[in-house]
Design a protein around this ligand. Structure first.
Ligand code: SAM
Ligand code: SF4
Length: 465
């Protein structure tokens, strides 16, 4: 097995280039591919490439309908919620799109200490959060020992017994030995975006610093998985290159991980380039992705990689987020700040990484999800029960994950409602839980949900299957 120390590319760029230019399929071919997608077994890169080529409204609508079906079949109505926590914004890289890049002399650089990280985490806990994504720039200010202490600080945060239950990490790529150390910090998913898979464009956007090494970044997930990290999250920054090229390359990336490690990525993130302080290219996006193209991207990823979570951040507006929930997104950030100390320090707003499109609080996002019939979920059951990596995929593939996620999501929502929601939201939320539990596929699931919710109402916490 050629993995970690792999320093070459595993991508066939000619193939990706060719697939990113295929013609849009005929009506009968489109129907055939969409029919196959309904089997929930995913699609080949070639089939996904055909779907990415469609442009006419009717075909796009058929694609979106299929994505809705796949999403519902596998994930049910659950929507996982989390918040990013920025530990520091020093950075020695010069990514042209990012407010934290070294050349930006106009921002105040901040490095939170363990106590400040704990305070930020406690602010999130007070809002009702249970899952945090810890991020930082890449700099000597943030050696691995700093990240390890930062993770510990988040897990140590405690507000009357309420705690953060899962810390996912998005930091610069590590080597295998450091990933082995990171694993001991009890992290959830390790996430890192390739930004763009296009080698030439990558060079332009990352002119200096460690991140300018395309191959070191490309192979990061191979090193993480070789080190035993169970769940990895991939992504591209849409707007940097042709989106068809990017989605096809991302699928090839996932396929290579699956071939070598028996398991593809746990999540795919779909950030779009947003305005960032002092970044010219973020103001004039090189390859703009329209809302229509963005819907198509989410729908194609959902049906092509049905068991991989899709993460959407608060970069996007409330309107498009609400819509994309239907087509495939399964995890969203809410009430986010992209500034270190953004939840507990004041006056740091201008030091953000990029601007947000959705400024709603967690409570407002939960209200909207509830109105849309979604189950806002804070569940961390899979990872704490060891249903990660291959085990998660083995469960997810036959559709079983829904049977854990739905009850666990409902019970974690009941906990949120009991501890954090105002009276009107509490009523709405418990009504929704009652309605969804009535629709459970059999009496034992229904009883199990109702029993667990009653235990939550009586004061018990952290119940999961
Ligand atoms: N510094 C590490 C890195 O670059 O991998 C950790 C993550 S960085 C704080 C998080 C991500 O933010 C980057 O991977 C990039 O895709 C995204 N990002 C940077 N500038 C952005 C912008 N202007 N709009 C949207 N996303 C942006
Ligand atoms: Fe630094 Fe990451 Fe921003 Fe690049 S994207 S400048 S590596 S913080």
């Amino acid at each position: 097995m050629k993995t970690a120390t792999q320093t070459e590319t595993f991508l066939n760029y000619e193939k990706i280039e060719k697939l990113s230019r295929v013609e849009s399929p005929s009506a009968s071919r489109l129907a055939e591919v969409l029919e196959k997608a309904k089997d929930l077994k995913g699609l080949s890169t070639e089939e996904a490439a055909e779907l990415l080529a469609i442009e006419d409204r009717d075909s796009i609508n058929l694609l979106l309908e299929t994505a809705c079906i796949v999403k519902r079949e596998i994930y049910g109505k659950r929507m996982v919620l989390f918040a990013p926590l920025y530990a520091g914004n020093h950075c020695t890289n010069n990514c042209l799109y990012c407010g934290f890049r070294a050349a930006n002399k106009d921002i105040h650089r901040i490095k939170l200490n363990a106590d400040q990280i704990r305070q930020d985490a406690e602010s999130l806990i007070r809002e009702g959060h249970k899952r945090v994504l810890l991020l930082s720039g890449e700099s000597g200010h943030y050696p691995l020992s700093y990240t390890m202490d930062a993770i510990k600080a988040v897990y140590s945060a405690d507000v009357k017994g309420a705690r953060i239950r899962r810390v996912n990490v998005e930091i610069a790529p590590l080597d295998v030995e450091d990933f082995k150390t990171l694993k001991t910090a009890n992290i959830g998913t390790y996430t890192c975006f390739q930004e763009t898979y296009d080698r030439e464009l990558y060079k332009i956007y990352h002119p200096t610093g460690k991140k300018s090494d395309y191959l070191y970044r490309l192979n990061v997930m191979h090193r993480a998985m070789e080190a035993g990290i169970d769940d990895v999250g991939v992504g591209v920054l849409f707007g940097l290159a042709d989106y068809r090229y990017e989605v096809i390359a991302l699928m090839e990336h996932a396929a290579d991980l699956e071939a070598k490690f028996g398991c593809g990525p746990h999540t795919v993130s779909v950030p779009r380039l947003e305005p960032a302080p002092g970044s010219a290219i973020s103001e004039k996006v090189p390859y703009p992705v329209s809302d229509d193209d963005f819907r198509k991207i989410v729908a194609v990823i959902r049906i092509a990689m049905p068991y991989t979570g899709i993460i959407l951040s608060t970069r996007e507006s409330e309107e498009i987020r609400n819509e994309l929930f239907q087509y495939g997104v399964s995890q969203v950030s809410a009430g986010s700040r992209t500034t270190p100390g953004g939840y507990s320090l004041t006056g740091e707003e201008e030091n953000k990484q990029f601007s947000l499109g959705d400024h709603r609080s967690l409570e407002e996002v939960i209200r909207d999800l509830t109105d849309g019939g979604f189950i806002p979920s804070f569940c961390t059951g899979c990872y704490r029960k060891g249903r990660v990596g291959n085990d998660f995929m083995d469960l997810a593939k036959p559709g079983l994950i829904k049977h854990f996620c739905m009850p666990n999501g409902l019970v974690s929502f009941a906990e949120y409602l009991s501890d954090f929601a105002p009276a009107d939201l509490k009523k709405k939320g418990f009504d929704l839980i009652e309605k969804i539990s009535e629709e459970a596929e059999n009496d034992s699931v229904k009883e199990m949900i109702q029993d667990s919710v009653a235990r939550v109402k009586a004061g018990e916490r952290d119940i999961y299957l």
